[in-house]
Ligand binder design. Sequence first.
Ligand code: SF4
Length: 737
Amino acid sequence: MGKLFSYRNRPVHLGPYPMETLTRQAAPAGLNALPAPVQISFRRPDAPLSLVNAMRDYQAVLDATREGLVKKERAEIPASPQERTDHLKAFGYFCDASLAGACAVPSGAWLETPLVNADVAALAETLRTKQTKTFASGIDVVMANLREAMQAPPADCRHHSHALVFVYEFPRDPEAGEDGTDWLADAQEQRACLRAAETVVTLANYIRLLGWEARAHTGAATDVHLGQLAVQAGLATYEDRILTNPFLGSRFGIAAVTTTLELAADLPLAPGQAPGLKYRLGLGAHAKSAASRDPYAKRRFMDGPHPFETLKRVEDPTTYIDKVNVARVPKRADMFARSLFGDLGKGPQEAAKNGNYVRKSSSAFAFRSSLAAFVLLQDGEPAPQVDPSTADAARNAANIKAAAYFLGCDAVGISRCPDWAYYSHDAAGDPLAPYHENAISIIIDQGHETMEGASGDDWIACAQSMRAYLRFSLLGGVIAQQIRNLGYTARVHSVMDGEVLQPPLLLLSGLGEVSRIGEVILNPFLGPRLKSGAVTTNLPMTRDKPVDFGLQRFCEACNKCARECPSGAITAGPKLMFNGYEIWKSDSQKCTTYRVTVPGGAMCGRCMKTCPWNLEGLFAEAPFRWAAMNLPGSAPLLAKLDDALGHGEVNTAKKWWWDLEMAEEGPYAPSRHPVNARKLSKDLDLKYEDQTLAVYPAPLAPPPYAWPAPMDREAGIAAYQAMIPAAEHKRRRAQGL
Ligand code: SF4
């Protein structure tokens, strides 16, 4: 069931639970009575198929990077400790922490013997000679740093004065005999540890980029007693020998960041409290209530958090794909690669060099080192023997989906991986022979709450993308490793290093339909507010079918994204055939140029922000979604209503981030340029005939090699004008033209 009340006016730093309603006290009850911490292990030699084994290397990479270089130049950030705490807690909630708190580190919380993750050293040996092929810039540096970090234990950090503490709750336990849960027994602690590690490693990195020391501490590698920090920071109490929270009970994991950055502390909780009536009845303005907090309370893990089973399934995607004539293009044709090699001109090339369009935003850059490090784990050798439990393709599909949803993916679909979904050449320019027949497509929600506070092209936009990309790389990576542990091959295709095109796989696996935005596939429950990734494999699995939820009719009657696009890259016209696909083809040159060079922000996702399908998930929104799916004629009215209600405007109550920019190699400082904070352009009547768009189909793609191939915009405009509708394309094919 959707939420009854909107969290529209609730500041992000308060979090999804009404923690502010609890009674606080000065003294942390039971702090020194807590038993010594027990290190969380990711080794299950007696249960080789347990998902815990597949998490091991990812936890090790995160633990290897919990410390790092501190930026020499200190950022210009607010001096108020309270403002800092609110900001960093909100960052943790942006990363989907259940609870966040801050405290001064109690002197007794430092462990005499820090817990060291022994899997780091083992992984270092495996990765010593690993090679990758990718265009992503700066990745060699990240890998060198990672290899170095794996060799040397971090120095003493007992002088860190403050801590940020994050709690990650457990979903329900798998039920006995529940389909899809073959690998999920006793994996809750490890799941929470891994998810929390992703957040604290990112936040520690962020604080170091701002110029202060910071170290992440996880359940597998820590210098501090995490339980004590949770009590001190007002997230839990130690009662009856149990660490407990009024909303979560004792089912959670903890991680922390210690730092030299001065923060305002939260007060400890008073013991013996229970959730209030509003929380229990779902009547509050916070995101979670007793009924809504666990999406799996009444759903099977394999079915996911949204009612995907209610969607109409069809044999073919709702947009035409001329499968035998899809033109494969080299990886080099990717627009970010083209920026890097100067094809789009000097401005975009400068912006793309060393990943500058990410580096200039501290909140975005904080995610990048983990994202780059995970590239090392994307592929690997399978176990020598295929496990006999994998003979049943339906059971495999159920297990894969349930495992991905258990870990925290937002939508998962399985399809074949046709040859035409592969690039023609890899990043080294070598011809790419398709190697896997099956694909698992995974969607990560970019997060509604932060999107509410954003214009789509401001200083959080890039971080929104990076957060979702990192989440996929982590969770998709665990799934791929699990498949290899079963004795099959599997490869992750991430934003940093992928060899397949994701939109066609998303269509085939029923995760959405083509939208006016162009290459963005829109999901009925998340709208276009998503990032995707794929795992390809030879594991046999039953496949999903494409979906039809009426989006083609809706987008034909709505052009809000085209109207709101700051670069004018989205067509206001019809769908046309491009490289064998029927799509609303956008002008990727305009889009990419704007995204990498935008001065008043970092990157852009304004189309996702302003689309009427970008919804909070309220009960009151259900009629909109129903009408949009079932009454095609209502689309113009619904699009107008969406405008009238002001959906897509910036909600300043949700703005938690700092508009920091790094100019040259100096410190992060308040943006030198006016920050993008756009209003809806309701009065703009965008006409297709007034647009000049360019496209670069296969014949205009660059050669597969890493040297410049400037774009010929005139040829691109001519190519746009030569595109034809699907019906005409079919007619010509039938005539052999
Ligand atoms: Fe389709 Fe309108 Fe969303 Fe654009 S804004 S993707 S036209 S529904």
